[in-house]
Design a protein around this ligand. Structure first.
Ligand code: UDP
Length: 337
């Protein structure tokens, strides 16, 4: 199979699981390989350092019967600062890959995002793959550049004749290797878990955007990998479908998340929680820049993945937060000092 974005957060976990649990050969493509160094010498893994802007690479990928595309720019601060690049990465590139897969007959498993549900309100109920109405903010609110491009890609896959496709919509996947520590191995503002972890490790205050009232339901990346194996096993049920992958049992506000991470961090360091700085509120535009808007609640309906593929995410929030934060502390402690 071909794994595009094999060096990213989700891709690196999926690659490790495929090489460990199966005898499959993997053709991996990414611009970055630091998370997958241990696999570069595996003779069942071929790695090419490239992205989907190179037609010869797209052609090679589409020779594989199964293609998983995880490549994307998904750093929130870039949605405003580099909207055109974000749109190219999240629409032009995957559309080109979809064209090639339609021609070759490959099954394209495309990673989209829960962000396509757009500007949800605090009262939004379960987000259903096939019936929920979608509202993206006004054009000057460039927070929605990423979601708009991802949604257009989904519509393109849906519309393309002869393409065998499945769409995956991740709901706030978290785990080891998520995003980066700003100034160490990446620039800009990563997603909330990496941001809060960075603040804790550096002894700085966690920032609650607009008071941290927005809600998210966080999903372990290990559950996401298990979903992929359910999909590989039951391909006939998954083709032509979009799936939410999330864990509705793990919903909380961002302010509650900061509170939990503060006490988990104090536990890891063996210090009193009062010694860890309290979070502070900031406005969204002050923090991310002009054009920032938010989704206030993002709660997945997960019935379809359970019904068609027999999949249900199982990892409780406390477990995944402890694992992620312990990993972050070990991995970045020296860099932070
Ligand atoms: N957020 C926050 N502080 C941060 C980073 C993010 O309060 O340092 C908020 C953000 O405004 C949003 C939520 O946390 O309400 C989740 O943001 P993230 O960037 O992780 O991704 P999203 O779920 O919005 O795609």
């Amino acid at each position: 199979m071909a794994l595009v974005g094999c060096g990213g957060f989700i891709g690196s976990h999926l690659l490790s699981a495929i090489l460990e649990r199966t005898q499959w050969r993997v053709f991996g493509v990414d611009l970055d390989s630091y998370r997958i160094q241990e696999h570069l010498s595996n003779d069942r893994f071929e790695f090419v350092c490239a992205d989907l802007s190179e037609p010869s690479v797209v052609k090679r990928i589409a020779q594989y019967p199964v293609v998983v595309n995880l490549a994307a720019i998904c750093t929130p601060s870039r949605y405003m600062a580099e909207a055109a690049t974000v749109i190219r990465s999240n629409y032009d590139h995957p559309a080109r890959l979809a064209d090639a897969c339609a021609k070759s007959g490959s099954w394209l498993i495309h990673f989209s995002t829960s962000e396509i549900y757009g500007k949800t309100s605090a009262e939004s109920g379960l987000l259903d793959e096939d019936s929920t109405e979608i509202t993206l903010g006004p054009v000057p609110a460039s927070r929605w550049s990423y979601a708009t491009a991802k949604l257009l890609t989904e519509r393109y896959l849906f519309a393309l004749e002869n393409l065998c496709w499945t769409v995956v919509r991740p709901f706030n996947f978290v785990g080891p290797y998520m995003d980066f520590m700003p100034g160490v191995d990446g620039e800009g503002i990563p997603r909330v878990l990496a941001n809060f972890s960075t603040a804790l490790v550096r002894g700085e205050t966690m920032k609650l955007v607009n008071g941290g009232l927005a809600k998210r339901s966080f999903t372990s990346v290990h559950d996401a990998v298990d979903f992929m194996f359910c999909l590989f096993r039951n391909g006939d049920q998954g083709i032509g479908q979009a799936f939410n992958i999330g864990n509705p049992d793990n919903e909380l506000t961002i302010a509650e998340l900061a509170g939990k991470m503060r006490s988990i961090y104090a536990g890891i360091k063996g210090v009193g929680v009062e010694t860890v700085p309290q979070p502070v509120a900031v406005s969204g535009e002050e923090y991310y820049g002009k054009g920032y808007e938010d989704s206030l609640r993002r709660m997945p309906s997960v019935a379809k993945a359970e019904r068609l593929l027999g999949f249900k995410a199982a990892t409780p929030l406390e477990v995944v937060l402890k694992e992620s934060l312990s990993w972050f502390v070990d991995h970045y402690q020296i860099a932070a000092e």
